[in-house]
Each structure stands twice: as structure tokens, then as C-alpha cells.
Design a protein around this ligand. Structure first.
Ligand SMILES: Nc1ncnc2c1ncn2[C@@H]1O[C@H](COP(=O)(O)OP(=O)(O)OP(=O)(O)O)[C@@H](O)[C@H]1O
Length: 473
């Protein structure tokens, strides 16, 4: 058997040498070139079993010119090594049907293994996708190692319909990933339909998903098309899947197994052409163990798992995200602010329990309240409570326990003939209003909206209870 030959296109001489040495040790012959023009000359003059290429080269974008290379040498697998660790690069690599994509820095052993696999395996048929992505419209920000794993997985999903289960804490970008899989993939011209299981009363979920015929249950006044049918030709995003009631899980499983559904109360079978992407911030394994989630459904959905890292585990993305949200805030009509390194360093130390959503909200708030052009550490210190309120449940603090204690106190003090109701109400409303007013920094309009009461009612209560009205009135 002839010795396989690999072309390495890399303008960082040390990387080129290291890769070349590792491949030579595996009995693979290599040739290194450091520009697109040298690459084209090498390809014109010789046969290579595989090409390894960097993206940004000194004379041109190696990726942009790759389509022509792949058209002329469709059997040669291409592996991309890139320091442009964005979703866009991963997707472009996938679009030109690259055999593999390695964000830098990569593990040399993994790279050598991929080269050997690439040489062994004839590359699959060239892809017809010719659309290039609009750089500006890619919504996912972050270049951390954890996000690169996500991008690589997303890129692998674009030309198939495998079911995807996205896990991760609230606000980590699960819905955004689901949208990226849809809008960058081959179903992009079809609909993207999102349903949040936690937002629909459990008895209505089946009708919501599968639709119903007229009169099939009390309240089914007319015929209704369900979300599955709405998503035909596209993607159905099932958010908070852990909240799906058991009966609906059974029906969903049947639909996924058979590929057909029928409306509730209907007989006709409707064949499905829908990709399923589900998401959860609960640990489904625990729900399975406690009997709340069907294990067989879990395996159906979890064909490709994607885990979204919490923001505190990828703090190196915080700078990029903060800049991104400042631009978004400006597009939304807020003043365009800059942010300096001291501020970013301060943000990197925060716990981010609400993940990217919390960061976005804070950046919008800072853009709004900052008096200077640039957000600094001082702006953050002034506007972020130093000890953020814990999300942990406060022990023994149920309403019921508080009411019982209140009644006992009154009895002990012999005031049980007093008007209990207004007294209890005052005890309950005072801390409620104080906390809400603090949360909205004294803005009565916001407080009224948050509480769902009229602003005049709020103002009267604040006066009655002697609660300071703050500065935001
Ligand atoms: N990588 C990212 N780049 C830019 N914006 C992001 C990124 N990830 C998330 N966001 C933004 O953060 C917010 C929360 O994201 P998203 O709704 O996708 O989170 P989620 O994990 O689905 O949350 P939940 O579980 O609460 O529904 C959205 O405004 C989204 O656009």
C-alpha cells in the first residue's frame, strides 16, 4: 500500500511543524504550504489523500476559497483547523462538507486520529448547499472551549433530522441553539414552532400539540390544528420537556415511534415531517428515577444531547457578550455605551445564576443608568447589589407558617378581638411592597406593573404604610 500523503496549509510555522511531525510518526507523508496560492500550486501538481487547512491565511481566507478546491478534488477529505472559533466557522466548515473541524488549540492526538479516519474513509458526496452565511446575522456569541463543543455539534446537525435534547440551566441559550439548528439547517425554509410545556395547563397540552376535532372534549368548540401540524416541514421545539405530563409523554412517544399523529377525537392519520428539538433545565435522569418522566421517551429524544454550559463556567465569554448586548441595547434605542476592562473583570466575578439572560438584562440596565460614555467597575459597584439575593429557599418561611405565627402572637397579646384582617394584610403587604420597590429601584410604574395593581392603589398603600417612594417615581 502506498504511503498516504497529506497537504498541510498553515501559516503558523510551529503548528505546521508539530502537526507534520505527528503525522510523519504515523507513517504519513506531509507537505506544508503557508498560503492559498502555494496550496493551489501544490494541489495542481500532486495528489493528496487529505488536506489539513487553517482558515485565515496571509494572502486570503482559506475557507472562502475551499469550495473550488472541493469541487475539483471532491474525493479529498478536508480537515479545518481554526482560531476563528465562532459558530459561523463551524457552520461554514460543515457547509463545504469538511470532514472535521478543529478549533485551536486542539488536541494533537485527536487531530492525528481524525486524519487517519479521513484517509480511510472516502468523503461523502459533495454538498449542494451553496448559501453562504451572513456573518452579521449569527446570533450566538462566545468563543470559549465549552461553546466550541456546542458549535461543532450544531454544525453536525444541519443536514439531518436527528432528535436533539438540549440541557442546561435557565438562560444559558437553549432556545437560541434550537433556533440556530433550525435556521442554519436544511429545514430553514420551513416553520420553527416553539412550545413551552411549563406554560400550558397540563390538561390542554395534548390538544395543543396534536390538535383536536370539534366536540372532542368540553371546550373543543371547533377543529384546531396542533403544534405538530403547524411545524410540518420545519422544526418543533419542545421547551421545558421535563414539565410534560405523563399522559402527553405517552402520546408523544407514540407519535415519534410511528411518525404519524391523529388529532384528538379524530381518526385520520397525519404523517409527520417534523424535526424535534427538546430542551430541559431539569435533570431528566432524576425525573425518570422518581417516575415522572418516561425512560423510553428520554431515549427517543436524546439521540443527540447538547449541554449548554452555565455562564460561570465560561467567564471568558463575558467580555464579548457584554459588547454584543451593548450594541443590541443601542439598536433598541438606549444610549450607545462602551465598557472597559475593569468592568468586564468585575462582571467575571459574579455568580450569574440567571446566566446569559441575567447578563443581558444587567447590560441593558447599565446602558440606561450609566452617566458617562463608558461603563466602569464603579458603575457596576453602584448598580449591582454586593450580596445578590440568594435563590435558595428561605427555611420555614411559608405563608401558612407566618399566618399561624401571626395568630398565635395576637392571642398571646390578648388582642384577638382586634380587626385581624387589616392587621394581617399590613404585615403581609409591607415587606412585599418594600421588596418590590427595592427591586425596581423605586420606580412606581414598574412596581405597579410587577404587582399587577393600579398605580394609584400602590401610591396610597405606600403612603399608608409609610414606605419610602425612592427616586424613580
Ligand atoms: N451565546 C449567546 N449569544 C448571545 N445571546 C445569547 C446567547 N445565549 C443566550 N443568549 C440570549 O440570552 C437570553 C436567554 O437565552 P434562551 O432563551 O435561549 O435561554 P434558555 O436556556 O432557553 O432559557 P430558559 O430555560 O429559561 O427558557 C436570550 O435573550 C438569548 O438571545
Amino acid at each position: 500500500m502506498t504511503v498516504p500523503k497529506v497537504l498541510i496549509v498553515e501559516d503558523d510555522a510551529s503548528i505546521g511543524l508539530v502537526v507534520s511531525a505527528a503525522l510523519t510518526a504515523e507513517n504519513i507523508e506531509t507537505q506544508i504550504c503557508d498560503s492559498v496560492s502555494a496550496r493551489d500550486a501544490a494541489l495542481a501538481n500532486g495528489h493528496f489523500d487529505l488536506m489539513l487547512t487553517d482558515v485565515v491565511l496571509k494572502d486570503s481566507d482559506g475557507l472562502a476559497t475551499l469550495k473550488e478546491v472541493m469541487a475539483t478534488t471532491p474525493d479529498m477529505p478536508v480537515i479545518i483547523m481554526s482560531a476563528q472559533n465562532t459558530l459561523e466557522t463551524a457552520v461554514r466548515a460543515s457547509e463545504i462538507n469538511a470532514f472535521e473541524y478543529f478549533p485551536k488549540p486542539f488536541d494533537l492526538n485527536d487531530l492525528v486520529l481524525a486524519v487517519k479516519q479521513g484517509i480511510d474513509k472516502r468523503r461523502s458526496a459533495p454538498d449542494s448547499v451553496t448559501d453562504t452565511l451572513s456573518e452579521a446575522n449569527l446570533p450566538m456569541i462566545g468563543r470559549s472551549v465549552a461553546m466550541q463543543d456546542v458549535y461543532r455539534m450544531v454544525a453536525r446537525l444541519l443536514r439531518n433530522d436527528l432528535s436533539v435534547l438540549i440541557s442546561g440551566e435557565s438562560g444559558t441559550g437553549k432556545e437560541l441553539v434550537a433556533e440556530a439548528i433550525h435556521s442554519l439547517g436544511h429545514r430553514k425554509t420551513g416553520p420553527f414552532v416553539a412550545v413551552n410545556m411549563a406554560a400550558i395547563p397540563s390538561e390542554l397540552i395534548e390538544a395543543e400539540l396534536f390538535g383536536h376535532e370539534k366536540g372532542s372534549f368540553t371546550g373543543a368548540v371547533g377543529q384546531a390544528i396542533g403544534r405538530f401540524e403547524q411545524a410540518q416541514g420545519g422544526t418543533l421545539f419542545l421547551d421545558e420537556i421535563g414539565d410534560m405530563p405523563k399522559h402527553a409523554q405517552t402520546r408523544l412517544l407514540r407519535a415519534l415511534q410511528s411518525g404519524v399523529i391523529s388529532r384528538i377525537g379524530g381518526k385520520a392519520s397525519i404523517r409527520l415531517d417534523v424535526r424535534i428539538v427538546a430542551a430541559t433545565n431539569q435533570k431528566l435522569e432524576e425525573l425518570i428515577a422518581s417516575g415522572k418522566f418516561r425512560e423510553d421517551l428520554f431515549y427517543r429524544l436524546n439521540v443527540v444531547p447538547i449541554h449548554m454550559p452555565p455562564l460561570r463556567d465560561r467567564t471568558d465569554d463575558i467580555g464579548l457578550l457584554a459588547q454584543h448586548f451593548l450594541l443590541l441595547a443601542a439598536k433598541d434605542g438606549l444610549p450607545l455605551r462602551k465598557i472597559d476592562d475593569s468592568a468586564i473583570a468585575a462582571l467575571m466575578t459574579m455568580p450569574w445564576r440567571g446566566n446569559i439572560r441575567e447578563l443581558r438584562n444587567l447590560i441593558y440596565r447599565l446602558a440606561l443608568v450609566c452617566r458617562e460614555d463608558t461603563i466602569t467597575e464603579a458603575t457596576i459597584v453602584q448598580n449591582v447589589e454586593s450580596a445578590p439575593e440568594s435563590d435558595a429557599p428561605i427555611q420555614g418561611a411559608s405563608f401558612e407558617a407566618a399566618v399561624v405565627q401571626f395568630l398565635r402572637d395576637h392571642k398571646l397579646r390578648g388582642t384577638s378581638r382586634d380587626k385581624l384582617y387589616p392587621k394581617a394584610l399590613a404585615q403581609f403587604e409591607t415587606p412585599l411592597l418594600q421588596h418590590v420597590m427595592r427591586q425596581v429601584k423605586g420606580n412606581q410604574l414598574k412596581a405597579a406593573a410587577l404587582l399587577g395593581i393600579n398605580r394609584n392603589t400602590l401610591r396610597k398603600k405606600l403612603t399608608d404604610y409609610g414606605i419610602g417612594t425612592g427616586n424613580g417615581g
